[in-house]
Design a protein around this ligand. Structure first.
Ligand code: ZN
Length: 190
């Protein structure tokens, strides 16, 4: 798959200590396992001039107080609290000054954030998705991108999951419904 660097953004979803570091409250080995593959793809993308977007899941402690139904703390326990070490991107994936960092508060990085406007303003409509969790924030963000008329591409060997069948399901579902699934090796920029 050949992608035009001028229209492409590499999106790194939620590769934070809380999910990818063994001391994180929602650590999954499957999330840690994709740190290195993402680092490699990041390097290739930067060399080609592809813009990079990092999303960070961040929750103020009181975020879900008073919600009727949506309560991530009820489902997962408290995680990636605003200002915490957990909420930081893992050290191995270096955020550079030219990168865009999106603080998201739900599974969908487009919901109540400036991401869509940031991409539109730069003419970036080809979105290469990496990160974790495959069946949660990657799936919901890539799906949201598809509904917003972006072209979502899911890099199957650069998305992490708690269970292998979660990964398989998410990649197949995305590929079937709104996105294209590729491996990192299949991607070329230029
Ligand atoms: Zn969350």
């Amino acid at each position: 798959m050949q992608l035009d660097p001028d229209r492409t953004a590499l999106v790194v979803v939620d590769m934070q200590n809380g999910f990818c570091h063994p001391d994180g409250s929602l650590y999954a080995p499957g999330s840690e396992a994709v740190v290195e593959p993402i680092a490699d793809l990041l390097e290739r993308s930067r060399e080609a001039g592809v813009r990079v977007v990092f999303t960070r899941d961040v929750h103020p402690p009181e975020q879900f107080d008073g919600n009727r139904h949506y309560d991530e703390f009820d489902r997962w326990g408290e995680h990636v609290l605003e200002g915490s070490w957990e909420a930081e991107v893992v050290d191995e994936l270096v955020v550079e000054s030219d990168d865009h960092v999106v603080e998201k508060h739900t599974y969908d990085a487009f919901y109540n954030t400036e991401l869509e406007g940031w991409l539109d303003a730069r003419g970036l409509d080809q979105l290469v998705f990496t990160g974790t969790l495959a069946n949660v924030c990657v799936l919901h963000t890539a799906g949201s991108a598809g509904l917003r008329d972006f072209r979502p591409i899911v890099v199957e060997d650069c998305v992490g999951a708690i269970e292998p069948d979660h990964h398989e399901y998410a990649v197949e579902h995305a590929d079937w419904l709104f996105a294209e699934a590729v491996t990192a090796d299949e991607l070329a920029f230029g």
